[in-house]
Ligand binder design. Structure first.
Ligand code: NDP
Length: 408
């Protein structure tokens, strides 16, 4: 079986990321899902988990730069997002929050985070009085997003929360309510909304570049290495929900919505869990769903943790097809419009998606600009995920209201 980090990286990373050589993405350490404690290293070197720390701390660029507390120093935070703050116009890492004192020290030193801005989870509430922190970036296992987002609002901070927003629509509603109560911004880190290929795809579909859309197909999959729910949060139901759909398939779900610009009126779905495989004792190996839209278009969405890597979106209409393969990776996107003529699109470097996402959130915090990927969008998506699981469990088609809730 292929090693997990390699296959997951293969899914997301085409053409090199922020530190291609450093992306030996670590699995969550063993021992009860708690982070490992390792030995010390200087900035500019690699952490034992493969993260590349910067040689010199990025500087705060502007006086109105938003200070973020990054919560959860795992693979995505260390290897992708934290290095991207350097390219954002008005965002900087002001604080870090981790359960691992050694990581706090080394990551804090590397990013120039003062010692008194390095928080443990049990001292998190103290960020309320820390004026250096304007916003909290939640990069924890998905089952922890709701709780820590609500705690961040209680501390009076704005929140950028990783996808999936949470593991249930009820949690999402609580997060949106907490944001309103605190009068603070809530954005879901759906990076494809800031990625040039996906943005151009949205425009092309709005201009009917494939004629009238008829069929949309998405697949996001990779093959996970041997593991079990006590070793890895991604196969633990309490932290990961049903598994591949919340983690990978959510990109296909998002694309189906932003390319059709419609909500499905019905969904029928199937899930699969092989017996006797510890990887899938709590989560699903594959999830597939078929959606019907009011326009008459249909979509097929497939996602898997147990098949070779794929990440594509195909939108086929009456006059042609838009083919995105890979569609939503960190980098290396390819996009072709296949119709009377065949045309490839290279609208820009996909890697700008990370810093543009940060700057977009800052524009909302500082200037009151509208958020493209608000909490309400994350809530909508969790409603659809719930409809998919409900359909699969009942073995029947589920009909939906325009807001994604299931019709009784
Ligand atoms: P990791 O397992 O690499 O990191 C998660 C971190 O959370 C850990 O390193 C740990 O940090 C902290 N943590 C706190 N409690 C627990 C616990 N009980 N079990 C495990 N970790 C814990 O995960 P990722 O970085 O890959 O994913 C984190 C989030 O980011 C997820 O919600 C995921 O969906 C999202 N993500 C988004 C991507 C995107 O492209 N937008 C890509 C990848 C992930 P510490 O040791 O500092 O306490």
């Amino acid at each position: 079986m292929i090693e997990d980090g390699v296959t997951r990286r293969g899914f997301l990373e085409v053409g090199g990321g922020v530190a291609a050589a450093s992306l030996a993405l670590a699995a969550t350490p063993a021992a009860g899902l708690m982070p490992a404690r390792g030995g010390g290293r200087a900035a500019g070197q690699r952490m034992p988990d493969g993260a590349q720390l910067p040689a010199a701390p990025p500087r705060q660029k502007r006086p109105d730069s938003v200070g973020f507390a990054v919560v959860g120093l795992g693979n995505y935070a260390l290897n992708q997002m934290m290095p991207r703050f350097a390219q954002a116009q008005r965002a900087h890492v002001a604080a870090i929050v981790s359960g691992n004192p050694d990581k706090l020290r080394r990551v804090g030193d590397a990013y120039g985070v003062p010692a008194d801005a390095r928080y443990a989870y049990d001292t998190f509430a103290n960020i309320a009085s820390d004026k250096r922190i304007d916003a909290v970036y939640i990069v924890l296992p998905s089952g922890l997003h709701a709780d820590w987002t609500i705690q961040a609002f209680a501390a009076g901070k704005h929140v950028l929360c990783e996808k999936p927003m949470a593991l249930s629509s009820a949690e999402c509603e609580q997060m949106v309510a907490a944001s309103r109560r605190a009068n603070r911004k809530l954005m879901i880190a759906y990076r494809s909304h800031f990625e040039p290929h996906n943005l151009q795809a949205m425009e092309l579909m709005a201009q009917n570049a494939v004629g009238q859309l008829r069929l949309l197909r998405t697949e996001q999959s990779y093959r996970m290495g041997p593991t079990n729910p006590s070793e890895k949060w991604r196969v633990n139901r309490a932290l990961a929900g049903g598994g591949p759909l919340e983690d990978l398939g959510i990109y296909g779900l998002q694309a189906a919505l932003y390319l059709t610009r419609e909500m499905p009126e019905s969904i029928s779905a199937a899930t699969f869990r092989p017996g006797g495989d510890p990887r899938f004792s709590e989560i699903f190996a594959h999830v597939s769903s078929q959606w019907r839209f009011p326009s008459g278009a249909v979509a097929q969405l497939v996602t898997s943790y147990d098949s070779s890597g794929a990440n594509f979106v195909h939108a086929r209409g009456t006059t042609g097809a838009l083919i995105m393969d890979p569609a939503t990776n960190y980098s290396g996107q390819k996009m072709t419009l296949d119709g009377a003529d065949r045309r490839d699109f290279t609208p820009g470097d996909p890697k700008v998606q990370f810093s543009r996402q940060l700057d977009h959130f800052v524009d909302a915090v500082r200037d009151g600009r509208p958020i493209r990927t608000p909490g309400e969008m994350g809530l909508r998506d969790l409603r659809l995920i719930e409809a998919i699981y409900a359909s699969a469990a009942a073995g029947r088609t589920v009909r939906l209201n325009p807001d994604g809730t299931m019709r009784s």
